[in-house]
Design a protein around this ligand. Structure first.
Ligand SMILES: *Cc1c(COP(=O)(O)O)cnc(C)c1O
Length: 505
């Protein structure tokens, strides 16, 4: 790879992210056209790279949604990719390093991954000497599988140690049935308030099953038996614990031999927020998180601004992690100080995921990444204020602005409209929001991860106050009774579109 090709790529990244006025969703006809362009048969003779590029540009790209390119795409928690992150991500693919083994004399790849993970810990203020078990994953789902697998190993062994005579059975070695029998455990419970759907998947994958998850009210007590604990809620973005509750849960976990896992997929960056009254509900939600045995987060959501396929996993129990994820019947000693990633997670061969994280964190530093989170909170709260003030909408679960992090959940008060609200918003092509359910009724969910992205491009020397909207909205023109119009809300210089209903439906 010549230095020239790196520069060419950097230039192409700049032109990509500088695209203006990108729609939130592609038109139906663009999607139909793209679908019809997909070949049914593999050609014997390829049509060549140039023609391929043309095909992607002409047929496929216009049919992709505005996830990274539209200022009004508020679906999922997609996060952004800074130019530096895109550059790092591309370099990881182009250089195609296999970062599974720490091979200090062969490549610096695993050092980069580890440096990136340490930078993330420093970003959010967690002790890198405490969380020595750390690995990149494909996403928070992958991280939750690791966390629950470690919890299963830990909780069964802890129950075994309470036997008379004590046993120390390993699920990794004996399998779940034999280990539970040796430990006198008849069932393993996963206690959680508001578990994310991926935790159910993780419970299934690790052989405990969906039925092992017990949904608790926020302050229920732990029961005996091998237990794992989990915290977080995705629809409202609210935190499962606050203040010193983690201290109490930690004490309970220690008493009963439970493993404490925190799913901070998009909650972790709340650790970046200043300790001011404005953010008190949020910083309290992540208080004492370092007491967890393991923590899940997602760099590809909002913890770091990198493209998809980048989850984070941290644990204070490196040795246990290496026991569960050991990649051979007998341990192969690591070379050098950094533990090989193939003994830490599900994958063996792995891309150099850390490079994008490394690039974004070093290029823009803690200050900029903190500012992004503050802007996300500010935008979400501005939208929430609008909803609370509107006679037509209801903020869910409660109208408390100070609890809003970066998710705004709401519904239309008019039941008939509410049934089609998300569809109508998304069909407008102006804004994209996620549809969900709350208390048995349809609800809309806006995730404000999005508006920061353009700021850096505008002026790389100073990012604050220079944001410019990608999409300028006129307010919908003349407003007619009973129509559905889009009203722009201005937040400093960033725009967000929200629907309002004028008159009765
Ligand atoms: C998004 C999310 C997950 C799943 O993360 P993926 O990156 O999609 O695998 C898990 N838990 C919570 C709380 C989430 O928000």
């Amino acid at each position: 790879m010549s230095p020239l090709s790196l520069l060419d790529y950097a230039a192409s990244v700049d032109s990509l992210v500088a695209t203006e006025d990108h729609p939130a969703l592609p038109s139906r006809s663009a999607i139909a056209h793209a679908e019809s362009s997909l070949p049914n048969k593999l050609p014997d003779l390829g049509f060549g790279f140039d023609a391929l590029k043309e095909h992607l540009q002409r047929d496929i790209t216009p049919a992709l949604n505005g996830g990274a390119l539209s200022a009004n795409y508020y679906g999922f928690v997609t996060g952004g990719g800074t130019p530096a992150a895109l550059f790092g991500d591309w370099l990881a693919s182009a250089a195609d390093q296999n970062a599974q083994v720490h091979a200090p004399n062969e490549s610096v790849a695993s050092d980069v991954d580890d440096a990136a993970l340490r930078l993330v810990l420093q970003l959010v203020g967690l002790d890198e000497n405490l969380f020595t078990g750390r690995v990149f994953t494909t996403g928070a789902t992958g991280s939750n599988i690791i966390g629950l697998a470690l919890g299963r190993e830990y909780a069964v062994a802890a129950a075994g140690r309470r036997q008379n005579p004590p046993a120390n059975p390993s699920v990794a070695q004996l399998g779940l049935h034999k280990a539970c029998k040796a430990a006198g455990v008849r069932r393993v419970q996963i206690l959680s308030s508001m578990a994310h759907s991926s935790v159910y998947k993780a419970a299934s994958v690790i052989g405990l099953g969906h039925g092992s998850i017990i949904a608790l009210p926020r302050s229920a007590a732990l029961q005996n038996h091998g237990s794992l604990i989990y915290a977080g809620e995705v629809n409202t973005g609210r935190f499962a614990t606050s203040g010193d509750e983690m201290l109490k849960i930690r004490a309970l976990a220690d008493t009963y031999g439970a493993w404490l896992h925190v799913d901070a997929a998009f909650g972790l960056p709340a650790l970046l927020l200043p300790q001011t009254p404005e953010y008190a509900e949020l910083t309290s939600g992540v208080a004492n998180i370092e007491l967890a045995d393991s923590i899940t987060s997602d760099a590809h959501k909002n913890t770091v601004q990198v493209p998809y396929d980048c989850g984070l996993f941290f644990t204070r129990h490196l040795h246990l992690q290496q026991t569960v994820f050991q990649n051979a019947p007998f341990p192969i000693p690591d070379l050098g100080a950094i533990p090989s990633a193939h003994n830490l997670g599900v994958e063996n061969s792995r891309r150099l995921r850390g490079l994008a994280v490394y690039a974004s964190l070093l290029a823009y530093g803690r200050g900029w990444h903190r500012e992004v989170i503050q802007r996300q909170v500010a935008l979400a709260r501005r939208i929430a204020e609008y909803i609370v003030a509107s006679p037509h909408y209801e903020l869910l679960p409660t109208p408390e602005i100070n609890k809003i992090f970066m998710i705004v959940l709401f519904r239309a008060k008019d039941e008939t409209l509410n049934k089609t609200l998300v569809e109508r918003l998304n069909q407008s092509g102006i804004i994209y929001v996620s549809g969900t359910q709350w208390a048995g009724k349809p609800a809309a969910r806006i995730a404000s991860w999005n508006e920061f992205y353009y700021m850096y491009i505008e002026n790389s020397a100073s990012v604050s106050g220079l944001a410019r909207p990608r999409t300028r909205l006129s307010g919908g023109g003349a407003v007619q009774e009973g129509t559905f119009v889009v009203v722009p809300i201005v937040l400093s210089n960033n725009w967000c579109a929200l629907p309002t209903i004028v008159g009765s439906q």
